[in-house]
Unconditional design. Structure first.
Ligand code: NAD
Ligand code: UFG
Length: 341
């Protein structure tokens, strides 16, 4: 089995995927500029698996550096996680987001092309669906660039178009576009997990930091949506289920399918209040909260129809909301300051 190159592999989803790839017998090389991660995550993955990870600190803007990585490796597949992902920051720094996420991907594709690497798995997002008109979302649901609510989301949809055009021009390419819903939780060991810098933007990291006592209370962004209890509903997916989906996508590409697109979600939506209750149960801690106005750009509800991934990858999300909260809490309580603890 030849090597998999993992861009952004030191990050949250990348580190969990590295672990699953190693356990499945793949050899891996990680490139990451460590702008939102530390090498410690990879060291922990090595310890957990007893296997080595080749790591190169490279920025995807560094065309020469990338070329060197490809010259030294014999890669069959690339899994491309490396991106900036903070929605609010993308609104204030759009050029940085387009440069990093779109140009970075194009640099990667050019390096793959010059070195004859044909298989690519791309981290897309349910954000490409914009304002859902019909739920659950299938891969056929509309993706309209002007309806995507922020520049970060638009980088994801733009890259999807770039990759589809590339594959049309180079039919030997095989590309899996994986549209993640809301990844949460952590590996069962409590050794690796999500380590946001600064104030968390997302619900689960915020709730865990309230539970561990680092933050005083959660702000609930709106309780007047047209949902069962008025709070926003999302399809939370355990990060280990998501990681396993990548291993199956890598295997799928060996069938030479051209471009394939899969929703990776559970198909079940939970409200903010349901998440608070589940996390209180998992942690045995009270989560104080206050109701705040709606957050700009937020949608009421979003959840997947994941049946295509089941049919074509043989993938289903096996871990439920309680396991997501228990595993997330184990990581947070063992590592109150993330990898710095
Ligand atoms: P993360 O920030 O933890 O991981 C991204 C990694 O990429 C980091 O280690 C960062 O240092 C690295 N990176 C960023 N820009 C780089 C560059 N120019 N060169 C080299 N390395 C670079 O984020 P994550 O949550 O693990 O997300 C991984 C991917 O999944 C991203 O593409 C993200 O947009 C996508 N995604 C994430 C979510 C989510 O909620 N976490 C949802 C949908 C899609
Ligand atoms: N929420 C709060 N308080 C918080 C944080 C979130 O009430 O402090 C609410 C939100 O309003 C929403 C729900 O919790 O109803 C989930 O919010 P997240 O920020 O965790 O997740 P989003 O679905 O808004 O966004 C996530 C990723 C985006 C991605 C999008 C679609 O953060 O990058 O999913 O895939 F684009």
């Amino acid at each position: 089995m030849r090597r998999v190159l993992v861009t952004g592999g030191a990050g949250y989803i990348g580190s969990h995927t590295c672990l699953e790839l190693l356990n499945a017998g793949f050899e891996i090389t990680v490139v990451d500029n460590l702008s939102n991660s530390t090498e410690e995550s990879l060291q922990r993955v090595s310890t957990l698996t007893g296997k080595e990870i080749a790591f190169v600190e490279v920025d995807l803007q560094d065309v020469r550096g990338l070329d060197t990585v490809f010259s030294k490796g014999d890669f069959e597949t690339v899994i491309h996680f490396a991106a900036l992902k903070a929605v609010g920051e993308s609104v204030s720094q759009p050029l940085q987001y387009y440069q990093n996420n779109v140009t970075g991907t194009i640099n990667l594709c050019q390096a793959m092309q010059s070195h004859g690497v044909t298989d690519l798995v791309f981290s897309s997002s349910a954000t490409v669906y914009g304002l859902p008109k019909i739920l659950p979302l299938t891969e056929q649901s509309e993706t309209l660039i002007h309806e995507v609510t922020n520049p970060y989301g638009r980088t994801k949809l733009m890259v999807e178009f770039v990759l589809k055009d590339w594959q049309r021009a180079c039919p030997e390419m095989n590309i899996a576009l994986l549209r993640y819903f809301n990844p949460v939780g952590a590996h069962v060991s409590g050794q690796i997990g999500e380590d946001p810098s600064g104030l968390p933007n997302n619900l689960l990291p915020y709730v865990s930091q309230v539970a561990v006592g680092k933050l005083e209370k959660l702000g609930v962004f709106g309780d007047d949506y047209e949902t069962s209890d008025g709070t926003g509903v999302r399809d939370y997916i355990h990060v280990v289920d998501l990681a396993v989906g990548h291993v199956l996508a890598v295997k799928k590409l060996s069938e030479k399918p051209g471009v394939v697109t899969y929703n990776l979600g559970t198909g079940i939506g939970y409200s903010v209040f349901q998440i608070i209750a589940a996390f209180e149960e998992a942690s045995g801690r009270k989560i104080p909260f206050e109701i705040l106005p709606r957050r700009t750009g937020d949608i009421a509800a979003c959840y997947a129809d994941p049946s295509l991934a089941k049919l074509e990858l043989g993938w289903t999300a096996n871990r439920g909301i309680q396991e997501m909260c228990v595993d997330g809490w184990r990581w947070q309580s063992n590592n109150p300051n993330g990898y710095a603890s």
